[in-house]
Ligand binder design. Structure first.
Ligand code: PEP
Length: 248
């Protein structure tokens, strides 16, 4: 049976004091959903989110981590710190981290390896800019992003990851990739994973689409052959919208 995971990325939104009520409300609205539900909240909201999600179907994730275990990295958060708080998922290599905070495919790879070593489940983001799409290099670029992100990652560990395809031009813009555009790239990701790790990892891998997913377009996108749910930004901030997507 096809597996679905819908993850919300709150980005730099919501106060710690708003978090518990939101997660509890969301949990009630998504109860019984077929898709696994994840809320990736700011570091400052993690404690409240983990506590509020206890005993519900909502899983909690962070939006980043550092690849070192500890040390002089002012402002950074380690995998151990997240694990100690019972955080389960972590987004790695979101395009906003790549664009504004200098993340590269190489740092993404280091973070993937560290997250897996510590027992966190990575949601690894890949995606092309509008210029790259217009140059016709989308598939080559995505293949390269996936290959570098998973360097020195075993098949057993790769199977624990999620890959999120997020075209940069569709994030926060209201512009969604067409169902076919999104599926074409997700299928290409599955091909490269098949080449790297074989059929069982490729067939079982959760590949999400992200980029202006809303309740009105989720069913068509998630119904495509190679899309197993979504990574959702803006619409994850409203519990009705997010629940509508989860229950596509
Ligand atoms: C995201 O931030 O990962 C995202 C897909 O944002 P939005 O849904 O707002 O486009």
């Amino acid at each position: 049976m096809k597996k679905y995971v819908v993850a919300g990325n709150w980005k730099m939104n919501k106060l710690p004091s708003e978090t518990a009520a939101f997660i509890k409300e969301l949990a009630l609205k998504v109860e019984g959903a077929v898709a696994e539900v994840v809320a990736c909240v700011p570091y400052t909201s993690l404690a409240a989110a983990v506590e509020a999600a206890k005993g519900t179907c909502v899983k909690i994730g962070a939006q980043n981590l550092h690849f070192e275990d500890s040390g002089a990295f002012t402002g950074e958060v380690s995998a151990d710190m997240l694990v100690d708080m019972d955080v389960e998922y972590v987004i790695i290599g979101h395009s906003e981290r790549r664009q504004y905070f200098g993340e590269t495919d190489v740092t993404v790879n280091k973070k993937v390896i560290k997250a897996i070593e510590k027992g966190l489940k990575p949601i690894v983001c890949v995606g092309e800019s509008l210029e790259e799409r217009e140059q016709g290099i989308t598939i080559d670029l995505i293949r390269s992003q996936v290959k570098i992100a998973f360097m020195n990652v075993s098949a057993e560990d790769a199977a624990k990851c999620i890959i999120a395809y997020e075209p940069i031009w569709a994030i926060g813009t209201g512009k969604t990739a067409t169902d076919e555009q999104a599926n074409e790239v997700c299928a290409a990701i599955r091909v490269v994973v098949r080449e790297l790790y074989g059929d069982s990892v490729a067939d079982g891998l959760v590949i999400q689409y992200g980029g202006s997913v809303k309740p009105s377009n989720a069913a068509a996108l998630f119904g495509m052959s190679d899309i197993n749910g979504g990574l959702v930004g803006g619409a994850s901030l409203k519990s009705d919208d997010f629940a509508g997507i989860v229950k596509f």
